[in-house]
Design a binder for this molecule. Sequence first.
Ligand code: TRP
Length: 420
Amino acid sequence: MASTTTAGETLAVAVAAAEQQKGEEEEEEEEEEQVINPWEVSAKGGKIDYDKLVDKFGCQRLDQTLIDRFERLTGRRAHVFLRRGLFFAHRDLTDILDAYEKGDKFYLYTGRGPSSESLHLGHLVPFMFTKYLQDVFKVPLVIQLTDDEKCMWKGLSVQESERLARQNAKDIIACGFDIERTFIFADFSYMSPPIYKNIVRIANCVTGNKIVGIFGLTLEDYGGKFFFPYIQAAPSFPSTFPHIFSGKYSNLRCLIPCAIDQDPYFRMTRDVAPRLGYHKPSLIESKFFPALQGESGKMSASDPNSAIYVTDSLKDIKNKVNKYAFSGGQDTLEKQRKYGANLEVDVPVKYLNFFLDDDVELSSIREEYGSGAMLTGEVKGRLIEVLSEIVERHQRARAAVTEEMVDAFMAVRPLPRMFH
Ligand code: TRP
């Protein structure tokens, strides 16, 4: 009798194991086509299928109804990144809007892994958008510089990561954040009892299996990668910042603007939040800004011609756009006049879509370029103007950021006027 049970159990275990393996193989096949996580973004054929990603991650699409509600509630025009679909997905953004409608408060949290000296426009996207959200909602903001993360993933030395974090802080400050509502911190220097206690609380809710599953780690990976996710999770909870959020603000909601590759960190965070007595953080998530060569995922830091950098000169911008921006225009004048450009693949149009605020001008460019009345050179010329203005403005603002200002933004201090 006993041996029959054992045989039955053995069979059941074998069937379950076979099924699990099959499941894993299917998952692997799917993952081969498209891998998006915080440190790898790649897709077969180069083009990311964002619809599939939203389904796979289980986040929600940011549709027109929600954008309309956003505009109605705030009385402000939606940011061009929102109107034109760069920020395209979310998790429980409606909770934040509900709270705002009732007069309840929340805070914003975003961050940057300081892995390079100079930033490209894609790096600025979440900060430009967060600055807009801060202005619209008049709420506090915490910005995490994950200098530790870059030691774990990019093999940077501790010292170099810390240096880059400070350099990057200047570019972030140059986006125009309000010092009365903004706290910037770098992990190495902010690792204090409050954040550390939350890191441990979060870590106690997550098994090794879970971390490996979410982040695709193996036992060949260094240990840091297994515990870093808790460090990025912790700022989603207000008690990580007792100097800002104490008393009546100790269970504030949190809204995180980020690129969609950061979703895995916050899926984990949202999973543990209720167990620790906190609200799940809400997310508002962007696509990746396309490379000059076309829509093949993130721009590559190793190829300076794949992106416009905030340090580029006007001459660089002109040269890069003219030489490298992938054109959907026809290759001869006659053909362009006859058939018009393919706007679906045209990079100058994609860039204008995100940086040309004027809806009327954009639609007239689309129409004329698409029909052949306008030529690639003219569209590129307009893009050069638009980008030059943004980069020049950034460079001027960046040059005005002093070491004292960095210290002031990074000082551990209360923000008494954060909701004014
Ligand atoms: N991991 C992010 C990066 O490499 C940095 C980061 C930390 C972040 N906290 C965040 C990004 C919160 C968005 C939101 O860039």
